[in-house]
Design a protein around this ligand. Structure first.
Ligand code: COA
Length: 135
């Protein structure tokens, strides 16, 4: 992902497979939400909640033992929300020296919330929130 930040690196296990033997889409969605949520929490300096996951594309299957890397880049900065474009790239377990391939992409939107779970404005001080750094 051009200019994207590596947010999470992991490996799926046999318990994460569907009846075809491929990795569940839901497992990938959850890893992406974790990855995006960590970045959102850092950028919004506190609690945040996922409000939307859009434009999901499952491009290639993921297999047990693949090295799974999730990259993210801020796409839109709102008043209380933040949209992060996420991409998952994998290196195949049976070809350890192969190139990484793009398997999944989606846009996740997070809202900054206070202790009561009510939306709040957040400071736009992090350089990753400036328009020239966004996608
Ligand atoms: C987050 C939450 C507090 C916001 O509630 P709200 O006060 O009604 O929020 P609003 O509808 O005014 O939206 C707040 C921001 O989110 C954005 N937003 C809301 N729904 C959105 C959607 N479907 N797609 C993109 N952006 C969305 C709004 O545009 C607004 O952005 P801005 O302030 O940057 O302009 C509430 O939706 C909530 O608690 N949701 C559940 C969160 C949760 O449990 N997540 C885990 C899901 S498994």
């Amino acid at each position: 992902m051009e200019n994207g930040e590596l947010l999470l690196r992991t490996m799926p296990m046999p318990a994460d497979t569907n009846s075809n033997g491929d990795i569940f889409g839901g497992w990938l969605m959850s890893q992406m939400d974790l990855a995006g949520g960590m970045l959102a929490k850092e950028l919004m300096r506190g609690r945040c909640a996922t409000v939307a996951a859009d434009a999901f594309k499952f491009i290639r299957p993921v297999n047990v033992g693949d090295v799974v890397c999730c990259y993210g880049l801020v796409k839109h900065v709102g008043t209380t929300s933040l949209c992060i474009g996420l991409q998952v790239w994998v290196r195949r377990s049976h070809e350890p020296s192969s190139e990484y391939v793009l398997v999944t992409a989606a846009d996740f939107t997070y809202v900054a919330i206070d202790e009561q779970g009510v939306k709040r404005e957040y400071a736009k001080t992090d350089p990753r929130l400036t328009p020239e750094r966004c996608e």
